[in-house]
Design a protein around this ligand. Structure first.
Ligand SMILES: Nc1ncnc2c1ncn2[C@@H]1O[C@H](COP(=O)(O)OP(=O)(O)OP(=O)(O)O)[C@@H](O)[C@H]1O
Ligand SMILES: [Mg+2]
Length: 368
C-alpha cells in the first residue's frame, strides 16, 4: 500500500520506528503527547531503544544542530508557538513534520501559507449547502487545521507563514494569547478552547519574503529558531546519498549509489554557498539558493537519467547539465559564476585530487 504514494506522511513512513519508541518509552511526557521529549529526540536525531528483544537502532533524520532540535521540542511542550526560519531547503518543513508526527502522530494538519490565504482558511469556513439547509450549526462548520488542532490537542503546522498577508497572519494572535477561538455564529456553543497538547509550528523562508513581514505582536507569541544550512561537507554528502537512496527506492530505481558523484555535488554546493573553496580560493556566490535540497534533486535527476537512458552508472556530463539547470534558473549572471567555479576550483581539484574531479572538470564545456 505504502509504496503507491509519492510521499507518505512521516507517521506512516516511520510507523514501525514510532511504535517501537512508543512501546518502550518511559520518559516524562507532556499531556496528550504520544512520546516523551526524550523519545522525540531519539526519533529525529537517531539513537538506540532498549526493547525486551534487545536494542533497536533508530536512524538519524535531521543533521546539524542537535541543541536546536531539543529547544524546539521544549518550546512545543510549552504554550508558545515554534517558528522555524531560515534559507530555503534547510529542512524546516521536514523538521516540523518530524516533530508533529512524533509528538501528536499527525503531520498533515497543515495550513499552507500563500498570498491567497484567507482568514477562513486559518479559522473556519462553512459548508454552504448545509448552512442554507440547517442554519449555522456544528455540522455545517468546516474547521481549519488550527481549529482541529485546538479541539484534538495536537499541533497545527503553518507552512510559509510570511507568504500570507500580515493582517491575515494576525488572526493567530488571539488564539495564541487566549487559547480560545470564538465562532460567534454558533452562539453559546461557539467557544472552542484549546486542549492540552495543542501548539503551532510555523515555517518561514528568509529568501522569498522576509520574516519582517510578520507583525511584532505575532512574533512575540513564537519562539524563533533559525535553521542553518548544513555546514559540514561530509554531512551534506551523507544527506544527499541517504535522501537520493530513499527517493530511488520509492521510484523503483535500482542504481548503485555513487559516493564520488555525491561528493562532487556536496563540495560544489558547499563551496558555492560559502563563496570559498577548501583550498582557500575565493569564488563568486551565485544568486540562486544553493540548498542541500537542490543538491539532492540534482543527484536524483542524474541517477534517474542513468537508470532510464544509460547503463545505471551516473554520467558526470548529465550531472553538470542538471547542475546548470538548478543553479542558473534565477539569474543569467549565475552561469558566468558557475563557469568561473569550474575554471578555477574544479580545475584545481582535478589536478590535485584527480579521480572523478578530472572527469568533472572536462564537463565544463557543457556550461553554456
Ligand atoms: N539538516 C538537514 N538534515 C537532513 N536533511 C536535510 C537537511 N537540510 C536539508 N535536508 C534535505 O533537504 C530537504 C528539503 O527540506 P525542506 O523541504 O524541509 O526544506 P525547507 O527548509 O522547508 O525549504 P523551503 O524554505 O524551500 O520550504 C529535506 O527533505 C532533506 O532531504
Ligand atoms: Mg518548507
Amino acid at each position: 500500500m505504502e509504496q503507491n504514494y509519492i510521499k507518505p506522511p512521516v507517521e506512516i513512513r516511520y510507523a514501525d520506528e514510532l511504535k517501537t519508541l512508543r512501546d518502550n518509552d518511559n520518559g516524562k511526557k507532556p499531556e496528550n503527547w504520544l512520546l516523551s521529549p526524550k523519545a522525540v529526540r531519539t526519533f529525529i536525531l537517531g539513537g538506540e531503544v532498549d526493547t525486551p528483544e534487545g536494542k533497536v537502532k533508530i536512524p538519524r533524520k535531521f543533521y546539524g544542530n542537535d541543541a536546536l532540535v531539543e529547544r524546539c521540542i521544549i518550546t512545543l511542550a510549552g504554550s508558545r508557538g515554534l517558528m522555524l526560519v531560515g534559507e530555503p531547503g534547510t529542512a524546516k518543513t521536514m523538521l516540523s513534520e518530524l516533530l508533529s508526527a512524533a509528538c501528536c502522530g499527525v503531520s498533515t494538519n497543515t495550513v499552507q501559507g500563500t498570498a491567497g490565504t484567507t482568514e477562513d482558511m486559518i479559522k473556519y469556513s462553512w459548508n454552504y449547502a448545509l448552512l442554507l439547509a440547517k442554519g449555522p450549526c456544528r455540522e455545517a462548520l468546516v474547521p481549519s487545521p488550527l481549529l482541529v488542532g485546538m479541539e484534538k490537542g495536537i499541533f497545527a503546522r503553518f507552512e510559509e507563514i510570511t507568504r500570507t498577508p500580515a493582517e491575515i497572519q494576525d488572526s493567530l494572535i488571539s488564539v495564541m494569547s487566549d487559547q480560545i477561538l470564538n465562532i460567534p455564529e454558533l452562539g453559546d456553543e461557539g467557544l472552542v478552547q484549546a486542549k492540552r497538547g495543542f501548539n503551532i509550528i510555523g515555517t518561514a523562508n528568509t529568501r522569498d519574503k522576509g520574516v519582517n513581514e510578520m507583525s511584532g505582536a505575532l512574533k512575540r507569541r513564537f519562539n524563533f529558531e533559525t535553521v542553518e544550512p548544513v555546514s559540514d561537507v561530509s554531512l551534506e554528502k551523507e544527506i544527499i546519498i541517504r535522501e537520493a537512496e530513499n527517493m530511488a527506492k520509492a521510484g523503483h530505481i535500482d542504481c548503485p549509489v555513487d559516493t564520488d558523484v555525491a561528493e562532487l555535488l556536496a563540495v560544489t554546493y558547499h563551496e558555492l554557498r560559502e563563496g570559498k573553496t577548501s583550498e582557500g580560493t575565493v569564488v563568486e556566490k551565485p544568486a540562486a539558493v544553493m540548498s542541500t535540497a537542490e543538491a539532492v534533486s540534482v543527484y536524483y535527476q542524474t541517477i534517474s537519467h542513468a537508470w532510464y537512458y544509460g547503463d545505471g552508472t551516473a554520467d558526470l556530463g548529465i550531472l553538470t547539465e542538471n547542475l546548470l539547470g538548478a543553479v542558473c534558473k534565477e539569474n543569467k549572471d549565475d552561469l558566468e559564476k558557475l563557469k568561473a567555479y569550474f575554471r578555477t576550483a574544479v580545475k584545481e581539484k582535478a589536478k590535485k585530487v584527480g579521480g572523478a574531479w578530472k572527469e568533472y572538470s572536462k564537463t565544463a564545456s557543457l556550461l553554456r
